[in-house]
Ligand binder design. Sequence first.
Ligand code: SF4
Length: 148
Amino acid sequence: MNHSDQNSKQSKKKPWYADGLQFTCTQCGDCCSGEPGFVWVDQDEIDAMAEAMELSSAAFEKRFIRQVGTDRSLVEYPDGDCILLDPETRKCSVYQSRPIQCRTWPFWDSNLKTKRDWKETCEVCPGAGVGKVYSFEEIERARKEKSV
Ligand code: SF4
């Protein structure tokens, strides 16, 4: 086998999750809280969340968005909880208009890189690894929506 055959064979090799993965959200809110992190958003996502909260985009941005270098992220409470997570109900205040990064969890690049990464994801998210089976195509669609 020459090198180019070998390369094309490698590039055709499907990832370890080719048979699909399970996920059913229990709505526990853990992925929106805990360790500090970032939820990266663009203007369209800001506009959609602002509309859901019946605020102007400028007012929404002032209260809920922080600038990180050249990018923008949702503000967090000091304990790491997302600013849009209702502290009493533990539900997202803009669920129907939540950002892509939240919609595509747990099928992120970083969670799918290796089996071990997925195993760690299942340890922090009680919905990952159980319930509904997502096909390889569905996972890839989510993963490619945004690199996280
Ligand atoms: S941690 Fe998992 S199960 Fe809990 S709300 Fe987030 S996605 Fe759903």
